[in-house]
Design a protein around this ligand. Structure first.
Ligand code: 4NP
Length: 153
């Protein structure tokens, strides 16, 4: 299974989601994780230093990631496309080219089994506490996703 985590800038939330899910899948072979953003403003840049810091405190190194914008091909290449908030979800749905592609797109917190409508709030204009809260949400959601995902066929 190939998972794509998507947020707005691909420097705060989705790099964390990529790093945490990849870390938790370790040992469950056959799963791949990547991330992308809706805008290309930060394309080519490493994750936000505050995301790198909070991940590193949990033993996860995301510093090698580089931001990129979502591509048309992503809707074919990935099996599961997870939006960090409702706005990203709507924009992804609008960009999908077919109903098959649209079916791959879910709200991240919904997909993890949390009550409907949960956004991972954008921490870009926030402080370290916001990044800590975002990390905790992503960590709990990724733990559920790993529990609910069997080995790759
Ligand atoms: P992200 O956070 O979507 O979690 O990566 C943001 C990063 C940058 C911007 C917005 C959100 N920005 O407007 O540049």
């Amino acid at each position: 299974m190939k998972f794509l985590m998507v947020c707005l800038g691909n420097i705060c939330r989705s790099p964390l989601a990529e790093g945490v899910l990849d870390h938790k899948f370790d040992g469950k072979t056959g799963h791949e994780v990547d991330s992308a953003g809706m805008i290309d403003y930060h394309a080519g840049n490493p994750p936000d230093p505050r995301s790198i810091e909070v991940a590193s405190r949990h033993g996860i190194d995301i510093s090698g990631q580089r931001a990129r914008r979502i591509r048309t091909d992503d809707f074919d290449e990935f099996d599961v496309i997870l939006a960090m908030d409702q706005e990203v979800l709507r924009d992804l749905q609008a960009q999908a080219g077919s109903s098959g592609q649209r079916q791959k797109i879910h709200l991240f917190m919904d997909y993890a089994g949390f009550p409907a409508g949960g956004n991972v709030p954008d921490p870009y204009y926030g402080n370290a506490g916001h990044f800590k809260d975002v990390y905790r949400m992503i960590d709990e959601a990724c733990a559920r996703i790993v529990r609910n995902t069997g080995p790759s066929p």
